[in-house]
Design a protein around this ligand. Structure first.
Ligand code: GAL
Ligand code: ZN
Length: 685
């Protein structure tokens, strides 16, 4: 028998205490007098809140002077929450070092690529390599762990907040980078080889001569790509060291309590595949704009990515917005009713929680216009009515806690290192943006209600009917071999342009493009021909006239057939997309960015060819997702993301809607949903 994963055991403990899904948000009580705390706790109960994140920004108040700790207020808050049965996701406050630290140890402040030291006055003003910062951050984490490890309100540890992995150029970071490089390469000759320093005479004789890729080195020409890529890797690794150091501290005091840190989804600087492996549960902050037409698709892919990071296990939505957030540059209000469908979308895609930033709207500070569960207007507001109604929905879905989504039939390959390298400068086109290209591929599949998992290039692909590889610029031998073996063994693959171009050091693969994928795809790429922004070229696919944008590969067939061709311009008649039968599988290649409709047709053609079954056929803007409850019962989420009433055909079979008021209501073959409405259907017993 295999030993149970300790992470799963800690999570089971969390589930046990929550008795259902988690509902709540960030609670920053230090902004309010103690009388408000009592009112907060009463309202939390009214709203069905059972988990709040506390202490994220509290360092300056917990340790107002170096080594002087004031835990009294937090004791009281923890006590009140504990008595009310609200669990605490307790944060170590390292994302907001106190003013005295900046004052007494300015060397803990980060330095940007222009050599400017960042001043105190916002947050996240720390150098992640600074031994002084690390010392003080570890000390406050330890004091918290000591004090609250056995507190009945403690439900989970929240290490730091939204680690950023920002590259820092201070002397401590420089020394740390050199140590990291020496560890990675062993000898400086190995570094010279990896970075190709023979070009431009960049040869190094000692690790002590290597710098960070600071802006001033770019005065006349571009930086060294290998150095840039390694600096991205290093900055990620330095942040992860900060996280694991504090995780290990709290774990010493409370080995059974789950530990997380909140991710930012499709966030560039951190390789969340590596981070997730260091957590008990993956958690996410998601702020999809209420008005962004791509909001639901964007959220869906972030949710799928979070679920995939730990192989399909439930994850936690730790922050989202009840209404306005500040990331749009304009504070759009959330349309009435949208909170329900947007929040339950996370649960549909595997989240065991819906939580918000923040519980009560601030009166002062940078985020005073950010929405909250309790708005400035208090409980006599639409937001409060929707928040309490969502709390009732969450209670109705309690059985889903711990339940998983089945493995999808389609996987999309996602790799952070390739993303870093793809967007590095000095490419045939510097306009390539990985998240945009990813969304291009994800959107049409999402619109068709095709379930999707994300995988790493070297992940297990064997169970997928279709694997989609958007712009995998950098790939090592293991990843390339894995993808090739998948197709050889009968898999269906779609890969888009500028894939397989460089190795893990950002050195061009020898023997022509697309490097290790030439045999698999049955093509040679003679030339890259990027298009200008806004420039298009006609293309034909199966009788459909479309347009190519952004890029053209000049493809020579070497075994593949043409499935779409350019209709005009210099490359008229040459392949825009190809298909190759390889081993017992099929590899489709896209040598350009087709317009939305053409890409939709190309991808759905592959979906059909691979025998993938969509979840349900729904009207545009209506999402259908399946998730199982902990006991294995299947649930169908139907979410209306439009501002119109819709009718969705469900086919035969008798189901009940768990969200209906009163007892779960029977639903016939047709489901009517109000604007932004949601239903969660289960087979009638
Ligand atoms: C998150 C952060 C929160 C809050 C929120 C506002 O990035 O963790 O503290 O600032 O954004 O949207
Ligand atoms: Zn630094």
């Amino acid at each position: 028998m295999s030993r149970p994963d300790p992470a799963d055991e800690r999570l089971a403990g969390l589930r046990q205490r929550l008795q259902g899904l988690a509902y709540g948000g960030d609670y920053n009580p230090e902004q309010w007098p103690a009388a408000t705390w009592r009112e907060d706790v009463r309202l939390m109960r009214e709203a069905g809140v059972n988990l709040v994140t506390v202490g994220v920004w509290s360092w300056g108040l917990l340790e107002p002077r170096p080594g002087v700790f004031e835990f009294g207020w937090l004791d009281e808050v923890m006590g009140l929450l504990g008595e009310a049965g609200v669990g605490v996701d307790l944060a170590t406050p390292n994302a907001a070092p106190p003013s005295w630290l900046a004052h007494e140890h300015p060397e803990t402040l980060p330095v940007d690529g222009e050599g400017r030291r960042i001043a105190f006055g916002s947050r996240v003003h720390y150098c992640q390599s600074s031994p002084v910062y690390r010392h003080y951050a570890a000390r406050i984490a330890e004091r918290l762990a000591e004090r609250y490890a056995d507190h009945p309100a403690l439900a989970m540890w929240h290490i730091g907040n939204e680690y950023g992995g920002f590259g820092c150029h201070c002397p401590a970071s420089l020394a740390h980078f050199r140590r990291w490089l020496a560890d990675r390469y062993g000898t400086v000759d190995a570094l010279n080889d990896a970075w190709g320093t023979a070009f431009w005479g960049q040869h190094y004789e000692s690790f002590e001569h290597v710098g960070t890729p600071a802006a001033r080195s770019r005065l006349f020409s571009g930086p060294n790509p290998g150095q840039l890529l390694d600096f991205a890797r290093f900055s990620d690794a330095a942040a992860l060291e900060c996280y694991t150091a504090e995780r290990d501290i709290v774990r010493r005091y409370s080995p059974d309590v789950a530990v997380t840190t909140n991710f930012m989804g499709s966030y560039k600087n951190l390789d969340y595949w590596r981070w997730a492996a260091e957590e008990d549960v993956v958690s996410l902050d998601m702020y999809a704009g209420p008005r962004d037409p791509d909001g639901p698709a964007l959220a869906a892919y972030n949710f799928d990515l979070m679920r995939s990071l730990r192989g399909g296990r439930p994850w936690l939505l730790l922050e989202s917005a009840t209404g306005r957030n500040l990331t749009d540059g304009r504070n759009y209000a959330r349309p009435a009713g949208q909170l329900q469908s947007r929040s339950l979308q996370a649960v549909a895609r595997g989240a065991d929680s819906v939580m918000f930033f923040q519980w009560r709207a601030s009166r002062a500070g940078a985020e005073r216009y950010h929405s909250a569960m309790v708005p400035h207007g208090g409980t006599a507001t639409r937001t409060w009515r929707e928040v309490t109604s969502l709390g009732r929905d969450m209670a109705r879905l309690a059985d889903l806690s711990g339940g998983v989504c089945d493995r999808a039939e389609v996987a999309v390959v996602w790799d952070w290192e390739s993303w870093w390298a793809l967007e590095s400068p000095d490419h045939p086109s510097n306009d390539l943006c990985f998240p945009d290209r990813l969304l291009d591929h994800y959107r049409p599949l999402w619109e068709a209600n095709v379930a999707i998992d994300f995988v790493r290039p070297d992940g297990d692909l064997s169970a997928y009917r279709l694997v989609v590889v958007p712009n995998l610029y950098l790939v090592d031998d293991t990843g390339a071999g894995n993808i090739t073996a998948y197709v050889r063994g009968g898999g269906h693959l779609v890969m888009s342009y500028f894939s397989g171009i460089v190795d893990e050091y950002d050195r061009v693969q020898p023997g022509g493009h697309p490097g290790p994928f030439r045999d698999l795809l049955g093509i040679d790429i003679d030339e890259f021909a990027p298009l200008e922004p806004g420039e298009t070229c006609g293309m034909q696919h199966a009788g459909h006239a479309g347009t190519a944008t952004e890029w053209q590969d000049v493809i020579d067939l070497a075994g593949a057939e043409t499935i779409a061709a350019y209709a005009d311009g210099e490359f008229k008649g040459r392949p825009a997309a190809t298909r190759h039968h390889f081993g017992t599988g099929t590899a489709t290649y896209l040598g350009t960015s087709p317009d939305r409709e053409t890409l939709r047709r190309l991808l759905l053609d592959c979906v059909t060819g691979a025998g993938v079954t969509p979840v349900l056929d729904t009207p545009a803007g209506v999402e259908a997702v399946r998730r199982r409850a902990a006991d294995g019962t299947e649930h169908l989420f139907v979410l209306n993301h439009t501002s119109d009433e819709v009718t969705v055909g469900l086919g035969s079979g008798s189901t009940v809607d768990l969200l209906a008021d009163g007892a779960p209501a029977p639903v016939g073959g047709r489901l009517r949903l109000p604007p932004f409405g949601a239903a969660v259907l289960r087979d009638a017993p």
